[in-house]
Design a binder for this molecule. Structure first.
Ligand SMILES: *Cc1c(COP(=O)(O)O)cnc(C)c1O
Length: 422
């Protein structure tokens, strides 16, 4: 489908180079150096035979932008480079990509095995939509590898993995679960959004299909929605067909923003995960913090397995506050360098409790069953200076603690915490 693709020169280069050049060896109109945003719904042909050949896929070219689009195609090639995939298919959102993939590969009477900790929207597909179309869904305890293997061995068509998980950063043993799936001939799909292609390449670990929410680290600026699926040409032709007919294609403006964002992915992530390590270590020493989840901490339950399959530990941390939601509502407004929002992977640091972010779709009872405490806060570490982020967190905790002591000494204290907020 590509017009005038030159051989990709970034193959074999380091990731920091591939994010910049990957998929972009295209001769653009007017010799533009940047990927043009091609907004045409359809593509016209003087020669009717040529038109027919392109429509049949015998010749490269474009017919209609729901099927393929030159801007979107550059993004798809970039993802192929980053995940070392033969082919990629872009969708309008990460959820469109995930539901598109599940609907492509599952039909009535089949069975999917996954874990309880997947992204809230994915979990809803498993609990609400797949059963409705007659697909049996089994969700296992995320950390119980034997239980997952046991369910796979009973027979399944798809094994769906997400690692590290949101928001508790549990890490699945990809190689071991892939081996179990291969024994029963199941297709393995992995959501690689949290790790990014820089830290983890599931295809290299035996996974068949990788999905990304490009809304997060790939685009990196919190200003666009998108999703991408990668795998062999054989598998992706099925996913592409599903998207062509069901219509959740990515629009070219969004594709452009994601391409632009990916160019700085390596630079951003290097800074973000260096800061994440520092913040996670500090949080371990903070008296108001009950527990910290970050795979980069040596004491983290998934540290060893993370080291074996990831090149870095990522930029998401979560921690549980002593005093639950009460402490959450005191602490978060005191932070200066923080969006309090339901997003992650952006250049700005973002804080959010699970209740209003990853698990907003769940009831209190459901969150409790998932082991998500009301005092759990997720941090998506941004690209700000590490020292500023650390100082900000420290001043917020210091204020909460001093106010607490104050309140103990003066029972009738009417001071408002927001007075010192920003
Ligand atoms: C955000 C997210 C999704 C969904 O992506 P959207 O672009 O918001 O539809 C899926 N998986 C994970 C891990 C995510 O963080």
């Amino acid at each position: 489908m590509d017009d005038k693709m030159k051989p990709d020169q970034s193959q074999g280069a380091g990731m920091g180079t591939r994010v910049v050049w990957g998929g972009e060896q295209v001769q653009h109109p007017y010799n533009a150096t940047q990927t043009p945003i091609v907004v045409s719904a359809a593509y016209g042909y003087q020669d009717i035979d040529e038109w027919y050949d392109v429509a049949l896929g015998k010749e490269p070219g474009f017919i209609y932008s729901r099927m393929s689009n030159p801007t979107v195609s550059v993004l798809e090639h970039k993802l192929c480079e980053l995940e070392s995939a033969e082919s990629a298919v872009a969708f309008s959102t990460g959820m469109a990509a995930i539901s598109g993939v599940l609907h492509t590969f599952l039909s009535c009477g089949q069975r999917v095995v996954s874990t309880r900790d997947s992204y809230g929207g994915t979990n809803k597909i498993f609990e609400e939509f797949l059963p409705r179309m007659g697909v049996e869904v089994t969700l296992c305890d995320t950390l119980d590898t034997e239980a997952i293997e046991h369910e796979i061995a009973k027979g399944c068509n798809v094994l769906y993995l997400e690692t590290p998980t949101n928001p508790t950063l549990k890490v699945l043993d990809i190689r071991r679960l892939v081996a179990a799936a291969k024994r029963v001939g199941a297709l393995v799909i992995a959501d690689n959004t949290f790790a990014t292609p820089l830290n983890q390449n599931p295809l290299a670990l035996g996974v068949d299909v990788v999905v990304h929410s490009a809304t997060k680290f790939l685009s990196g600026h919190g200003d666009v929605l998108g999703g991408v699926v990668c795998g062999t040409e054989h598998l992706m032709s099925k996913v592409r067909h599903y998207r062509e007919i069901n219509g959740a294609s990515l629009d070219p403006f969004s594709a452009y923003l994601i391409i632009r964002g990916i160019k700085t992915l390596a630079l951003r992530l290097r800074q973000q995960q260096a800061s994440a390590q520092v913040l996670a270590e500090y949080l371990c020493s903070e008296p108001l913090v009950e527990s910290v989840n970050y795979p980069g901490l040596p004491q983290h339950r998934s540290h060893v397995i993370a080291r074996s399959q990831m090149r870095g530990f990522g930029a998401i941390i979560s921690f549980v506050l002593v005093g639950g939601m009460d402490t959450v509502t005191r602490l978060l407004p005191l932070l200066k360098y923080a969006h309090r929002a339901g997003n992650l992977g952006a250049v700005e640091t973002i804080y959010g409790p699970a209740r209003t972010t990853s698990h907003v779709e769940n009831t209190l009872e459901e969150r409790e069953a998932l082991g998500i405490s009301e005092g759990l806060v997720r941090v998506s570490v941004g690209i700000e200076e590490t020292a500023d982020l650390l100082a900000d967190l420290k001043q917020a905790f210091t204020l909460v603690r001093s106010k607490q002591n104050h309140a103990h000494h003066h029972a009738d204290n009417t001071e408002r915490f927001t007075e010192v907020g920003t």
